[in-house]
Ligand binder design. Sequence first.
Ligand SMILES: Cc1cc2nc3c(=O)[nH]c(=O)nc-3n(C[C@H](O)[C@H](O)[C@H](O)COP(=O)(O)OP(=O)(O)OC[C@H]3O[C@@H](n4cnc5c(N)ncnc54)[C@H](O)[C@@H]3O)c2cc1C
Length: 321
Amino acid sequence: MSGDVLAITEHRQGELRDVSFELITAGRQLADDQGGDLHLAVIGGDVDTFASELNRESVDTIFTVAAGEEFNHDTYTQITEQLYAEVEPDALLLPNSVNGLDYAPAIAGRLDVPLVTDAISLSRADGTLEVAREMYGSKVETTVTVDADTAAVSIRPAEWEITEGEGQGDAEVRSFDADIDESAVKSTVTGFEEVAGGDVDISEANFLVSIGRGIEEEDNLPLIKDLVEATDATLSSSRPIVDNGWLPKNRQVGQSGKVVTPDVYLAIGISGAVQHVAGMKGSDTIVAINTDSNAPIMDLADYAIVDDLFDVVPQLIEAFE
Ligand SMILES: Cc1cc2nc3c(=O)[nH]c(=O)nc-3n(C[C@H](O)[C@H](O)[C@H](O)COP(=O)(O)OP(=O)(O)OC[C@H]3O[C@@H](n4cnc5c(N)ncnc54)[C@H](O)[C@@H]3O)c2cc1C
């Protein structure tokens, strides 16, 4: 056992995604547990710029692999397989993202290693890899004990801290020449298109005003929009608001929506069901407005206003204006 960890980072449209820096945090912890090195790989895009952005003290090696601009299932799978053969890690980490989940099963199949998806923590104790994940709609947390020397694990975004730092690391940056079998490349990325209403990415917002079923009806949306305007925030919601068609799907926070990590998350009339909490528990400061002091959101809230939102919101608008 080398103890080494290989983590494959992710970028989109010329920018590294937050999960890439979360992979550094998760990967370093595991590499320390295993007594090995942390190797990162960045595949495609402006690999040199990405490598300097990823160069943190906690990283030992960064492999840069020139391979087109955006993610491609077939090239990522082939390259990851070759990087794995080069590094021979005891754990391969990938993001549990749309892209990560696209090729993680393929790579695990090719390498004949177990795959544990959607990890929320991981460690190696007494030589055994243990991965925590949630089940039954996040109602139960389980620990998976991996009965193999090496495994692939996809990590849930926003579960680990982002490893900060501006190019201060001294990781060895190695250009890796992958041998791509072009005849096996069966998919092509022809363009990138945001889903309808994709002008706003709530996962990038610093201040989210988020609404739930407590707002009662669509006619009450203008009141909330006034608050959004007064606070210069971004509007998001729980699932029932989207299911009712009051806001587009890209505004939904939660297990089947988006994972968000704003500085401030203002939850208005949201109960805090586990499926919702899965998407917002990484927020820095959580403020809840709810008539029910026993609502589950109260267990998470840093500040709570136990009152009727229709009384509180107009006062907030006035105060901010
Ligand atoms: C497979 C699956 C996936 C799911 N994915 C998601 C997901 O991604 N995101 C998500 O959000 N949900 C998701 N859900 C739904 C989830 O289980 C809850 O039903 C949902 O989050 C509840 O939304 P809510 O808090 O807005 O509504 P409710 O649970 O109805 O809560 C409304 C809250 O508003 C408060 N309230 C009422 N009136 C007022 C008032 N006048 N002033 C102040 N407070 C008031 C109430 O006290 C209550 O706490 C999923 C469910 C399943 C089964």
